[in-house]
Design a protein around this ligand. Structure first.
Ligand SMILES: *[C@@H]1O[C@H](CO)[C@@H](O)[C@H](O)[C@H]1NC(C)=O
Length: 285
């Protein structure tokens, strides 16, 4: 009697914990299409599918209603097909102020038949300079693929379809800033996504201009899911039992990351001696 009761209790605890983890977002409830004057649209009642579009007059974007101090932000995206030169599609975290923090996924479009560039960066106290760029091992315009940022106190992990492509470790112990703290106070970030025009630099350094005869350009976002420590009244509260809060890149993940970086990374600030003639940043070594 006693043991079956505690088994049941354990089962209940497990069940509740899992419910917290499989929180599934809705664009209706969780975001606000703050930019683009009708160019951003939610397509279904459940709020699972959203599109952003860009024409010569304006791009568009959405932002999360909540701010977070640590979290895991995941979405599926299907990018602008065909000639997407000069377009940039994004999914990123950012805090406000002049010394902001930011964690970026930015997809730089290309002329037809040429690969998108996935540009990643981490800003701390308003300074980026930590770019890593990749080509993808699939065409990101044909199907939806899953992009995820895990931000916990120890590290930031960028994954593409579950494959870690980049890890930015907390190196505050050697004096490198980590996204979370502005002078004297903890700083939450909000989630943003946008589709905008950057023809002066995005594609082959600005050589390929946007073909506006193909506008409007449209990118789709699906299955938005953010689980995080929600910021309210000057502090954040974390959901209990969240695997992402202590997530690491395990051995299998490290193997995959090596694969992605050796085959698909096209730029990393860590080996850019021209930019850092006095030696690459400490966080790289
Ligand atoms: C576009 O295609 C060129 C040539 O294939 C490639 O070098 C470049 O990385 C691609 N991406 C961008 C954003 O220019």
């Amino acid at each position: 009697m006693k043991s079956s009761c505690s088994t049941r209790f354990a089962f209940l605890v497990l069940f509740v914990a899992q419910c917290v983890c499989v929180y599934a977002g809705s664009f209706h409830k969780d975001v606000n299409i703050h930019w683009g004057n009708g160019r951003g649209k939610i397509h279904d009642n459940e709020g699972k599918l959203l599109s952003l579009s860009l024409d010569k007059t304006s791009g568009s974007g959405f932002q999360s209603n909540q701010e977070f101090l640590y979290g895991k932000a995941e979405v599926q995206m299907k990018l602008v097909p065909g000639n997407s030169a000069g377009t940039v599609t994004t999914f990123y975290l950012k805090s406000h102020g002049s010394t902001w923090d930011e964690v970026d996924f930015e997809f730089l479009g290309n002329i037809s038949g040429h690969p998108y560039t996935l540009h990643t960066n981490v800003y701390t106290k308003g300074l980026g300079d930590k770019e890593q760029q990749f080509h993808l091992w699939f065409d990101p315009t044909v199907d939806f693929h899953t992009y995820c940022i895990t931000w916990n106190p120890q590290r930031i992990i960028f994954t593409v379809d579950g494959i870690p492509i980049r890890e930015f470790k907390n190196s505050e112990s050697i004096g490198v800033h980590f996204p979370k703290s502005q002078p004297m106070r903890n700083q939450p970030m909000r989630l943003y996504a946008s589709l905008w025009e950057a023809e002066h630099w995005a594609t082959r350094g600005g050589l390929e201009k946007t073909d506006w005869s193909k506008a409007p350009f449209t990118a789709f976002y699906r299955n938005y899911n953010v689980e995080g420590c929600v910021w309210a009244n000057g502090k954040s509260s974390c959901p209990g039992n969240s695997p992402w809060f202590t997530q690491k890149v395990d051995l299998a993940g490290q193997k995959k990351m090596k694969w992605a970086q050796s085959k698909y990374m096209i730029y990393t600030y860590c080996t850019d001696k021209r930019r850092f003639p006095q030696g690459v940043p400490a966080v790289c070594t």
